[in-house]
Design a binder for this molecule. Structure first.
Ligand SMILES: [Zn+2]
Ligand SMILES: [Zn+2]
Length: 291
């Protein structure tokens, strides 16, 4: 069993990296990867006024790298540990650009990179689709209210989200594509779009094509199930089918922020992969697991 998407106290996780390693050994994992939230080369302080900071601070990068490399050695006979980052795509004129790119992360010698979109930038500001339903709603009202109807223009919000995903896929150079349809996270409560509409399907098709072209591994992410944000994995069944059709390989990660989340809903993620037609899971470094 493999999990390459985990967070520790170096970012917004609850536990130390060593506690995560011990739990992963206990649960029988063969490979454990660490993926601290990173906005490198941007300093996450730029969003301090807007929200609590969940990305790793610039000063902590060397400590993180040293600690994961120490654990790699210490537990080498029991588990394979990989050093990674969950690298954000962030682009705003006034703040700068963070692109999940191996070249940009070279100095840290990571084993893998996860590329993720959490932030959406608009000329009037930015917001994160990964926040509480209340916060996402406030920001949708602020940034996406149609002046004619006075209602949230959910379609534009969703298209902006997938546009950002495609920009990251086209411009980045990373191994794993994190939670490919994170925009669904709060839709169960907010209902600002309908996944059955044809324009939504078109967004999925375009984005699946971009993923195929980028040569990334799409992640089946069970994090929303553990956190009870949504009773489903990312990506949706329909999106997974399209990814399979476009020959995009998949892996399963739990996006664990605590040890008890390490193996959350792997059975459901496996079933989702099989239902979409997948026969195997692929992880960076050519780790393959048959389904
Ligand atoms: Zn994430
Ligand atoms: Zn994560």
């Amino acid at each position: 069993m493999i999990n390459l998407h985990t967070h520790t106290k170096f970012c917004d996780g609850k536990n130390t990296a060593e506690e995560m390693v011990l739990a992963a050994i206990e649960k029988g994992f063969d490979v454990l990867g660490f993926s601290a939230h990173s906005l490198h080369p941007l300093d996450p302080m730029f969003y301090s006024a807007f929200d609590e900071i969940w990305s790793m601070h610039k000063a902590d990068f060397p400590f993180y790298v040293n600690e994961i490399n120490r654990l790699k050695e210490k537990y080498s006979s029991k588990i394979k540990i990989l050093l990674g980052f969950e690298a954000d795509y962030f682009k705003a004129e006034k703040i700068g650009l963070a692109m999940p790119c191996k070249k940009a992360y070279e100095e840290f010698k990571p084993d893998f990179l996860i590329g993720s979109v959490h932030f959406i930038n608009k000329p009037d500001g930015f917001y994160t689709v990964d926040h509480t339903a209340e916060n996402v709603e406030q920001n949708l009202i602020k940034l996406y209210t149609n002046p004619k109807t006075g209602k949230i223009d959910g379609k534009t919000a969703v298209c902006d989200y997938f546009q950002a995903e495609r920009e990251m896929l086209a411009g980045g150079d990373f191994d794993i594509w994190g939670h490919p349809d994170l925009i669904r996270k709060r839709n169960g409560v907010l209902k600002f779009f309908d996944e059955s509409e044809s324009w939504y399907k078109e967004q999925l098709v375009e984005t699946a094509k971009a993923a195929a072209k980028a040569g990334v591994i799409a992640e089946i992410n069970t994090g929303a199930i553990f956190r009870k944000a949504m009773d489903d994995v990312y990506p949706s069944a329909a999106f997974l089918e399209l990814l399979h059709e476009h020959k995009v390989p998949v892996c399963i990660n739990s996006d664990a922020h605590s040890p008890d989340a390490l193996d959350c809903a792997y059975d459901r993620a496996r079933a989702a992969a099989k239902k979409a037609g997948y026969k195997e899971l692929v992880y960076p470094g050519n780790y393959i697991e048959k389904l």
